[in-house]
Write a protein that binds this ligand. Structure first.
Ligand code: DGY
Length: 321
């Protein structure tokens, strides 16, 4: 039998790939801080039996047409808006993602952003490092409380629920909006279902946890920011495409909302001169929601096990199509 070829589009730790190496020929794009060039990915897709891709790789018709021998594409993310799932199905290519293993880690980072934005943590840390701290004063870098406030979670999937669980520990009042009501979450977490407009109007923290789909694309726009409290803080750890960034900038500049905590952007990496990065009331992170060593190793292992399963004739473990 022919030795299977596996191509990995980003440098992963060698020791996490043992199971693949014993299965076939593993090739990996090995530049740490540069994505695999599209042309190379297309060329590798032509020869490969399996691909391990990142959320920054477009798995579109062009790629799937080249990927004649590819049986499985394992995407190192829970989100899969970079993949044309329907076309993959037509081409009989199995697509897998990495659910569950990153739920708590991403919820932790979401809460870190809530706290950082509300309590001006980054601004305060910079203040000390820049030698600006000359005395204690009553309102120096005073932010907003998080405890006992109202959080509005848009997208009550697993990560949304993990955020709600943390919010409960902060004695927050939990509102949520979702495609459908989740009675289990309502009972367990005392979360209250609201229409989107009610949630926007009543929340102190509006937290976007929804996947990027045709329905959620640009759902946070001028109209949504206008409906929020002027003291509200907008948090996004899902996908930048859910937000109209010019509208968010305007809302932040004009005091329509009080602040933002963002881990994701319309175009990533965000350009260093992007106006969002100039705003003092915005905390911006480089898409690190799931970035802990434990979780990233678990995500890589999830991809590896999926590829192994499919290439050895078994069912994928976490299939999407
Ligand atoms: C995902 O998994 O979709 C995150 O955005 C990256 O971990």
């Amino acid at each position: 039998m022919k030795t299977p070829k596996i191509f990995i589009t980003r440098k992963c730790p060698e020791e996490s790939l043992e199971a693949l190496k014993s299965l076939g020929e593993v090739q990996m794009w090995d530049k740490e801080d540069e994505p695999c060039p599209r042309d190379l990915l297309l060329e590798k897709a032509k020869e490969a039996d399996a691909l391990l891709t990142m959320l920054s790789d477009q798995v579109d018709e062009e790629l799937l047409n080249k990927a004649e021998n590819v049986k499985v594409i394992s995407n190192l993310a829970v989100g899969y808006d970079n993949i044309n799932l329907d076309y993959a199905k037509q081409k009989n290519v199995i697509i897998t993602n990495t659910p569950d293993v990153l739920t708590d880690t991403t919820a932790d980072l979401t809460f870190a952003l809530i706290l950082a934005a509300a309590r001006r943590v980054i601004e305060a840390a910079d203040y000390v490092k820049e030698g600006k701290w000359t005395s204690w004063s009553p309102l120096l870098l005073a932010g907003a409380d998080v405890h006992h406030k109202t959080i509005g979670i848009v997208g009550m999937g697993k990560i949304g629920q993990a955020v709600a669980k943390r919010a409960k520990g902060f004695d927050m009042n939990i509102l949520y909006h979702n495609r459908s009501r989740d009675y289990d979450a309502e009972n367990k977490l005392e979360a209250v279902y609201k229409s989107l407009n009610e949630l926007l109007a009543q929340s102190d923290f509006v937290v976007c946890m929804t996947p990027l789909t045709n329905e959620t694309k640009k759902m946070f726009n001028a109209d949504s920011f206008r409906k929020m409290k002027s003291s509200a803080i907008f948090i996004n750890t899902s996908r930048g495409g859910t937000v109209v960034e010019e509208d968010l900038i305007k809302a932040l500049e004009e005091g329509e909302i009080a602040g933002a905590g963002l881990d994701v952007f319309e175009n990533e990496p965000i350009s260093p001169d992007h106006p969002l990065l100039k705003l003092p009331n915005t905390v911006a992170l480089p898409h690190i929601g799931s970035a802990t060593l434990e979780t990233r190793y678990a995500m890589i292992d999830c991809c590896v096990q999926n590829i192994k399963s499919v290439l050895t004739g078994k069912s994928p473990i976490t299939p999407l199509n």
